[in-house]
Ligand binder design. Sequence first.
Ligand SMILES: C[S@@+](CC[C@H](N)C(=O)[O-])C[C@H]1O[C@@H](n2cnc3c(N)ncnc32)[C@H](O)[C@@H]1O
Length: 307
Amino acid sequence: MELTVRQNTKNKFGQYFTPKVFADFMIDLADISADSKILEPSCGEGVFLKLLQDKGFNNLTAYEIDEDLARDFFNVRYESFVSANIDEKFDLIIGNPPYIRWKNLEEHLKQELSLNPIWNKYFNSLCDYLYIFIFKSIELLNENGQLIFICPEYWMNTTHSIALRNYMVVNGYFEEIYHFNETPIFEKVTVSIVIFKFVKGKTERQKIKVAKFYANQKLTKENLNKLKFQQELKEAEYLSVSQFKQNDRWLLQTDDVRKELKILETNCLKKTQNTLLNLFNNSTLEFNTIGDFFDIGNGLVKEFHLN
Ligand SMILES: C[S@@+](CC[C@H](N)C(=O)[O-])C[C@H]1O[C@@H](n2cnc3c(N)ncnc32)[C@H](O)[C@@H]1O
């Protein structure tokens, strides 16, 4: 079996291990040389470490909170990436960070976050454990360093992740995003997954290469490569999307569609004094919703056939 979900009582550390074919695909997205410094911040069983080593990359550092995992690798530090005092920078940070909603976090992980300066400054109890992994990883990148992660996509447009998105917009740009809607990748995970490649530094590309794959079917190495080279594939869609802006929700749509959605959103904005005062702080904007104008109800329609 390519993917293992550890059968501990509650999967308290968010252990969903990346299938080899996806890890391999992600490593091939990186622009690196043999001596590049590479970090895997939450290495699990070590799928990325093994493949990187096989491909001749040996300047590797990894963190993992669960001491039972990745015992065959000499470069794993068994401590929490969240609190680890790391005084070096990396050319590539790659992996599949844990994603756990605050309310589902173990008490000791909540305690750890509540003592963390990044968490306290940018996040709160509506945020996900994942956010600090993205944020801290970007802090640890060299200029022009690359962050390649596979993770759920919800932080790209939810209101409470605006601080993370703004931090990313200010500190770099996206080269590529792969969006897998219903594609089964991790067992028992039903959220939409993305793979993204983010580069730290001054924006060098106006457009992000986006590939969407919406079929409910497992992806093979061949089909992942088709997505990479934007070759014809049933149920795949390729877009060129402008770099995201501060205070925006990140929509993987063409510029024309994004413009129309912006107009719709602006027209739905409640014109209260509070809203106008908060125009530059998205988290407190108020919108009219369909329910403000219509009654919404569930119903059953029964057909009668009169003969
Ligand atoms: C989604 S799994 C992915 C593992 C591996 N990167 C992979 O792709 O197969 C996330 C991993 O993060 C580890 N983890 C959870 N919290 C952590 C922390 N604070 N520091 C380091 N690792 C952590 C979990 O034990 C788990 O192995």
